[in-house]
Design a protein around this ligand. Sequence first.
Ligand code: SIN
Length: 344
Amino acid sequence: MCKMAAVMESGEDAFKQLFKFYKRRKPPPDFSEVVDFSGNLCADKVVPMKLNATAVPDAVTSRVGLRPVRDWRAFGLQGYPGFIFISNPFRRGSQRYWIRQCLKTYPQKPNICNLDMHMSPCDTQNIWERSVHSLRAPSPPRRQEKSLLERLRWVTLGYHYNWDTKVYSADHYTPFPVDLQSLSQQIASGCGFSDFKPQAGILNYYRTDSSLGIHVDESELDHNCPLLSFCFGQSSIFLLGGKRRQDPPTAMFMHSGDVMVMSGQSRLLYHAVPRIVPAPQELLTTELLTHPTPTEGQNPPETGSVLEPVSEQDWTVCLRYIQSSRINMTVRQVLGAGQSFPQS
Ligand code: SIN
């Protein structure tokens, strides 16, 4: 009997068992059944997907740092209709801009973050500025207090998700970032959802020992709209289950730059992140550590580009951060066309 089958035998639901299996530290789990879209693909599980290459003009994808749609490596998974995995569609070097936004720009007011729950607005005003000193230091002293950036766990954008009530509301809204709106619309259009309206974002910041529990994203009022997920920095194991906790999930690696779209019948499936795993060195080296050439995204590649150059100073801080962290952004449409929030 394989290790995973043995794990399934206890009374816990199948999702919980596999979550615990991949979260386990000692002994570390066997990763041989984890789907890796960047490597050799298991033909009975992974289905290469052809996207509409003309859905977004190349000049437009380039403005947000994406390759032309015809070059996106997109896949479906057997048994998960509506699930689309795009293996790093970013131009080389352009992830830098998005990582910098996640660390320097999006945590700023008026967006909301976990630190606001127990600190005054003036103390959470300049998270980046108040953290860069310790993150720029060549090797931080061991017992140094963690910087605000290292204590960041989540940021919400647009319609701010309320973690206690699990609802969005009309009066808890600040403008959704224009650059992320553009990136999300292009990913959605490339996958056939040209009407997608990014209205809410949740950014999760993971340290190497973090995990994200089993859940379904169902707070949005319209579940016909897809949910997009972007990953940067260290890799993770992502578990995609079924509509019931008893359905055994499929494990897959998410690496820096990977994008997932959950739509249709896969929009309301259980999912979780049991473990952060070190990014493959060659992936980090080519995508993030090597200095990109001007044509590869560090300089604005097209007129109208949203990508501002990332200074070496800023990049040093980002690099230090992502060497031991992962960032995930999920982007959601909360309201369907013409829909409004129910009167409370
Ligand atoms: C989420 O499900 O909200 C985030 C998943 C991830 O971090 O990959």
